[in-house]
Write a protein that binds this ligand. Structure first.
Ligand code: PMP
Length: 291
């Protein structure tokens, strides 16, 4: 791991020490982001930095996490500095806002800390092809649209009982409507050639999802954000998942339904997204923040 940013300082990872009374560790009050930096022909490029920081700021507001080090401009500067200080520019960057040590007063939490760390991450050349199972337990919609620690409890517990022959799970709400997978948004290409994805009442408003909605509009394919019932999966022809870390995963099966993993629309979108992140697309150039 490269250096860590903590409240205005850059530290070696071993210098950042926290004990077991961390409020956030005990009570899961924690906001975070997942951002990628790509090494490109024009230098390191952070993908959709502004959109990620806007979502992060709104998550911090939701949890009332206040600190001068969580100001959007301060965060943008810190992230760029962290990238500049790193030898490797293919990075997964995680800003993390959490509450310091002290657990005895839930109503009077200790100070908020602003941390950023980065891990090496390079994309595979080929898009992964995966099989999805359908989770047996409903996903809570309560805070599903926020990037907060507590939202990973359902996926964590679900994945612990995942069958060995699937790679990830599709989670439904209590009424049988599609939400998302463990940590990715989902898009379906229906048999009639239209594309659908759940509304953000049913999933995290993913930044990759937002990119794909725009790329779909550009291709002229009719795309809808709407509730999708599990019974409709029988009418799905192809499917893919989206996330910053994994970009595009092609779904070959969902539960009993086999899908077209060679679908041209899906492969076209996956490739166009890849061109965008590495600054090779002629459109959406504002999505690349060069350091
Ligand atoms: N849903 C969940 C639960 C996630 O954790 C993520 C990010 N890993 C996504 C969707 C995709 O969001 P994004 O495209 O912004 O990475």
């Amino acid at each position: 791991m490269s250096e860590i940013y903590l409240d205005g300082q850059f530290l070696a990872p071993s210098e950042a020490r926290f004990g077991p009374t961390l409020f956030s560790l005990n009570y899961a009050v924690c906001a975070f982001e997942g951002i990628r930096c790509y090494s490109t022909a024009k230098g390191p490029a952070i993908f959709r930095l502004d959109a990620h920081l806007e979502r992060y700021r709104s998550t911090c507001d939701f949890l009332s996490l206040e600190s001068p080090y969580l100001d959007i401009d301060a965060l943008a500067d810190a992230i760029c500095e962290l990238v500049s200080r790193s030898d490797n520019h293919d990075l997964y960057i995680r800003p993390l806002a959490f509450i310091d040590e002290g657990i005895m007063q839930l109503g009077k939490p200790p100070a908020v800390k602003s941390c950023i760390f980065a891990l090496p991450l390079k994309s595979p050349v080929d898009f992964p092809v995966i099989r999805l199972g359908i989770a047996g337990k409903a996903r809570s919609l309560d805070t599903i649209s926020r990037k907060i620690s507590r939202n990973y409890l359902d996926p964590y517990l679900g994945l612990k009982c995942k069958p060995a022959d699937v790679d990830d799970l599709l989670f439904l709400d209590a009424d049988g409507f599609v939400t998302e997978t463990s940590a990715h948004n989902i898009f379906f290409i229906m048999r009639d050639g239209t594309a659908v994805t759940p509304r953000t009442s049913h999933c995290l408003p993913g930044i990759t999802r937002d990119c794909q909605l725009k790329l779909l509009v550009n291709t002229g394919i009719h795309v809808e954000e709407r509730n999708i019932h599990v019974d409709e999966l029988a009418s799905v022809s192809a499917c893919f998942t989206t996330s910053t870390a994994s970009e595009t995963r092609i779904v070959a099966a969902i539960g009993p339904h086999s899908l077209d993993s060679n679908n041209e629309i899906v492969h076209g979108l996956a490739e166009e997204y890849r061109r965008n992140v590495i600054g090779k697309s002629e459109i959406n150039k504002e999505w690349n923040h060069y350091v």
